[in-house]
Ligand binder design. Structure first.
Ligand code: ADP
Length: 262
């Protein structure tokens, strides 16, 4: 059976925050034919709104903690302002966009991350993606725009990394569709030298990845992003790319693990 194509584009916080980059990304996205889903991050907007409300952003070991107060802010900002702004702009471009969190139609259920070394607060690890409901939206020509929020199906919203949402949704929908997953950020791909935007590595495998983390070539947000990318390509997603909005067909292509006989 030949599967229908589905494009899932994940747009990072730095693009969401920058007017020109966001405009360019949304233009490119609306130029894609066929079924598509946009997943967006939130960037620093939630931190800025929180500080205006007198809510402090808690960090432990450089990692953001989602307190009960911060959860309210991210729900308002990611699920409201950022999501609806993107929906309105896509509607202006003729896309039948619908903005959703994981709670809407029970699209993405997660569990609150257990407290181990760090208590991350109201952060959800994805457990279930409702492919049937997502498919029903795609079948009527809707373009889902997913905020980085999930729920525990017990009444609580949870903050979930947008790369993880994109990877989880892509993997779940790959049973039905031939999915291309594109992680779009302000950087043109995985770089050999972070200071040189022309040093994009065209393809990367897990075997390349480990030594590049060890020698510091790949660091920070690129590590979990690549882990999400490898999870996707090894779990049925047809194509996974890391690139920038101006070059949706370029960037770094993620290679699947070699097949083993067992
Ligand atoms: P997003 O834009 O999706 O929020 P992140 O900021 O989480 O993405 O992760 C991407 C970041 O990873 C880049 O902005 C860059 O600073 C960092 N990074 C570390 N190593 C590399 C590398 N080798 N190539 C590209 N980016 C890298």
């Amino acid at each position: 059976m030949i599967k229908e194509e589905l494009n899932i584009i994940k747009v990072g916080g730095a693009i969401v925050e920058d007017e020109d980059s966001l405009k360019g990304l949304l233009m490119s996205f609306s130029g894609l034919h066929g079924k598509k889903i946009l997943v967006h991050g939130g960037g620093k907007i939630a931190t800025e709104v929180a500080s205006k409300l007198g809510i402090e952003t808690q960090m432990i070991d450089g990692r953001r903690i989602t307190s009960a107060e911060m959860l309210k802010v991210v729900t308002m900002v990611y699920g409201g302002l950022v999501n609806k702004d993107i929906v309105a702009r896509l509607q202006a471009l003729g896309e039948n966009a619908i903005g959703l969190t994981g709670a809407d139609m029970n699209l993405i259920m997660s569990v609150k991350r257990p407290v181990e070394l760090i208590n991350f607060g109201f952060v959800g690890d994805v457990k279930y993606v409702n492919t049937r409901s997502l498919k029903s939206l795609l079948e009527v020509g809707a373009v889902p725009v997913l905020a980085p929020l999930t729920h525990d199906k017990e009444g609580t919203m949870l903050n979930t990394n947008a790369d993880t949402i994109a990877s989880s949704v892509a993997r779940a929908l790959s049973e039905e569709y031939s999915v291309t997953l594109t992680f779009c950020s302000s950087i043109p791909g995985v770089l050999r030298d972070l200071k040189d935007p022309s040093s994009v590595i065209r393809t990367i495998s897990k075997a390349d990845f480990a030594p590049m983390v060890a020698d510091g070539t790949i660091s920070e947000g690129m590590i979990p992003k690549l882990q999400n990318a490898f999870d996707a390509i090894n779990d049925g997603v047809a194509k996974v790319v890391i690139t920038s909005p101006s070059d949706l067909s370029g960037g770094t292509t993620i290679l699947a693990d070699p097949e083993t006989d067992d």
